[in-house]
Design a protein around this ligand. Sequence first.
Ligand code: GYE
Length: 355
Amino acid sequence: MTHRIGSIIFKALVPALITGLALCGCKTKEEDGTAASEGLVTVGFSQIGAESDWRIASSDSMQTSLSTTYGYNLIYDDGQQKQENQLLAMREFIDQSVDYIILDPITETGWDATLREAYDEGIPVIIIDRRVDTLDDSVYTVWAGSDFLLEGRRACRWLKEYLEHISFDDDVNIIHISGTTGSSAQIGRTKALKSAAKKFGWNILMSEDGDFVQAKGREIMEKALEEYGDKINVVYCENDSEAIGAIEAIEQSGRRVGSDIKSGEIMILSFDATRQGLLLTLNGKISVNTECNPEYGPVCVDIIGKLKNASRVEHEIYMEESQFSAIEDITEVEIDGEIYPVTMVDRELIDSRNY
Ligand code: GYE
């Protein structure tokens, strides 16, 4: 009975409510999507996808920092590894007149028109992690990310120091599993390897795009082992996910992974330094792991805070990064006169890793 009365009252009220809304020209909550976000800062975030542990860590960081608890309404869009999806997401953010747009661009080119639209609409765009290559840099407000070329140079310099340390005088034969072609992380890390190989006379036997994905890392390594077998002594993986795949393939083939390349082990170099990558570094399967910091949430909060207060924000912000190894002989690397320490990985460090 109670239920029936309630339902009658409801039926009577609905048309009145609809008429009321129509008369005042108001939109329903569903129509404008803002009622739940009133008083919050609305941020549209176009993420690349979920290809690696690093990427998942970066999404987590953003979702934690830009949550309603801290005054944000985060509209998260997963681009599923496609630039066209990211462009669509950006257009939607512009149509919704969000307060800020955050973009992690899959590749560097192709963003000019959409960024210009956001600029013309007065929506500040924060680019994180990878860079955009635009005709005019003022179409985005700020870029915060890593120095990928420096990361690559640190990795290659470590290898050079290590080879000297063990007096390795055989050929250095490298399999290069690169990241997504055209992404800043790939461009920088690959450039560093190519120029080090040229300078130090290392051979790059094979160079293939592993898309930052474990399965592709494994596939490329299987192919490399078939083609080059015992010749291979070093694998340069552009992230931990690819390294994990490469290690699986090497071990499956009966070869050993490790830094003793004089005795036939295959040495792995990797990037990111995720918890899994650090575990493999601690047990010697990854010889050196050059860190790439995925914790963009707090960085974005800081930037938005400054923009809201009209404080000065740098146009480029670099993330702080380290380099990890369990090989105690190399304690630092020098690049352009600058000394970069190599941190010894231990359990405590791994336990304190969030990702
Ligand atoms: O190294 C890789 C990820 O752009 C720095 O993308 C990022 C890279 C990272 O999928 O794991």
